[in-house]
Ligand binder design. Structure first.
Ligand SMILES: Nc1ncnc2c1ncn2[C@@H]1O[C@H](COP(=O)(O)OP(=O)(O)O)[C@@H](O)[C@H]1O
Ligand SMILES: [Mg+2]
Length: 358
């Protein structure tokens, strides 16, 4: 089997540039999440790969085949749309079997295949219904069944869970991951939901403004974000970013000198660091006046059940800290915020991560 490649793919709609020279390599048997905010060009990238849209420049390759100019049906990929796109007048069985029917697969073989995927997706009792007689989750399963029925070389999924309620979204997340693992096909999964990307993907491609920001494993994206955009887009609550000053005397954050090992301090100086990034779980509320802690005041306390999110105002900004379940404090209380600077990363004036977490 073979990889999928975007080779310097560029896309403009008239004067609007939507994708800027996208290079992306999706290895075989890989679940890749294309993650980014609404409007960053994810759907357009997927539609070009499916053959529903032509690139303005660049090439699309499946294995060594240049598919840039091939018809959608000749690309051997299946797409699952956000809207499911089921045929309302057809039964579930007919919807699932449709890709086989247009390929003139003999009746008996088609029926056997429909029964097999219906069992995999646990919709075998729904085969005679029509889409309007199904719940959102059941429609989603039918759309997935239709995609997997003919063993395509790759699955493309565009925000397939976004029309489901929160609870169902969580359970389908795990099911789609399992399904894709068991099928062993390449999957390109588009989402704006960082939790979906982190939990489901082998690789995450983070996009913003039509440009690829970083391609890495979920752990790589979370632990070593390439820039401030990735650092603050992935993670919930997002990474805190505060102004940082580096002088001959050392590093200072929110008016507090922070001790750094000499080599890390030298790196901060060399790259003219202007900001520090700190994840909420790497900061702790401590007593006011604790040495090395930032001086702050409680802004708001949000109990989440299993943990508590605490928003604290410090000089020059605000940060969110994860505290334990049952934590309590009042707005305005003076506190300290302690952290191990080894867990922080540092950004240059362009927002590039120049010093990573140790
Ligand atoms: N057919 C089209 N004609 C003109 N502009 C389009 C078309 N399709 C998408 N766009 C624009 O391209 C940008 C990216 O869209 P899209 O790929 O759908 O983003 P995403 O899926 O990341 O939300 C948006 O600004 C959108 O309005
Ligand atoms: Mg989209």
């Amino acid at each position: 089997m073979s990889s999928i490649r975007f080779d310097a793919v560029h896309k403009a709609f008239g004067a609007l540039t939507v994708l800027r020279s996208l290079d992306l390599d999706i290895p075989d048997r890989t679940f890749l999440a294309l993650l980014g905010p609404s409007g960053c060009g994810k759907t357009t990238a997927l539609r070009m790969l499916a053959g529903l849209e032509m690139p303005t420049a660049g090439r699309l390759l499946i294995g060594d085949r240049d598919v840039t100019r091939l018809q959608p049906r000749d690309r051997d990929i299946a797409m699952v749309f956000q809207s499911y796109a089921l045929y309302p007048q057809m039964t579930v069985a007919e919807n699932i079997g449709y890709p086989l029917w247009i390929r003139k697969v003999p009746d008996a073989e088609r029926r056997a295949k429909i029964a097999e995927v219906a069992t995999t997706l646990e919709i075998e009792t729904l085969l005679e219904r029509r889409p309007k007689q199904l719940s959102g989750g059941q429609r989603q399963r039918v759309a997935l069944a239709r995609a997997i029925v003919r063993n395509p070389a790759a699955f493309l999924m565009d925000e397939p869970l976004s029309n489901l309620d929160a609870r169902l979204r969580l359970s389908m997340r795990g099911e789609i991951k399992r399904l894709c693992q068991s099928l062993g096909a390449k999957t390109l999964y588009v989402t704006h939901d960082q939790a979906e990307a982190l939990t489901m993907a082998d690789l995450i491609a983070v996009m913003n403004g039509g440009a690829l920001q970083q391609l890495a494993s979920p752990a790589g994206i979370y632990e070593r974000p390439a820039n401030r955009f990735v650092a603050t887009f992935v993670g919930n609550p997002p990474m805190n970013v505060l102004p940082a000053t580096v002088t001959e005397a050392g590093l200072s954050v929110a008016g507090t000198p922070i001790a750094l090992p000499e080599d890390r301090l030298a790196e901060c100086r060399r790259y003219q660091v202007t900001e520090i990034g700190l994840r909420p779980e790497d900061a702790h509320v401590v007593a006011q006046g604790t040495p090395g802690a930032l001086a702050g005041a409680i802004f708001v306390v949000e109990p989440m059940g299993n943990e508590t999110l605490v928003d604290v105002r410090v000089e020059g900004g605000r940060l969110t800290v994860r505290a334990e379940r049952g934590f309590s404090a009042n707005p305005g209380d003076r506190v300290g915020i302690a952290f191990d600077p080894a867990n922080a990363c540092f950004f240059d004036p362009m927002g590039k991560t120049v010093v990573h977490r140790v």
